[in-house]
Design a protein around this ligand. Sequence first.
Ligand SMILES: [Zn+2]
Length: 94
Amino acid sequence: MDEISKLRTAVYSRLDYLDIIVGEADEASKSALADTVITQMTGAWRELLAAHDPDERGRCRACSPWRPLGRTGCSVWRTAHRHLITDAAEGPGT
Ligand SMILES: [Zn+2]
């Protein structure tokens, strides 16, 4: 397995683990996990979004440094908006 595959497997395994905890753990375990994981997740989002901040011409530094992004913009920012703003406004289970 190459390094990229190992990295991907490790990250997906961690996400699977967190999904299991959220779905199956008791409230005390979830609360303890939230204390650390929320900080990790907000840090990860900030770092990822910083890498995709637009330059002075509105081009994503990571996705499209040499050409315009077009009307839809950077997919990382669209994903962040959908998960952190749109889905959050709709609330769980809606
Ligand atoms: Zn981007």
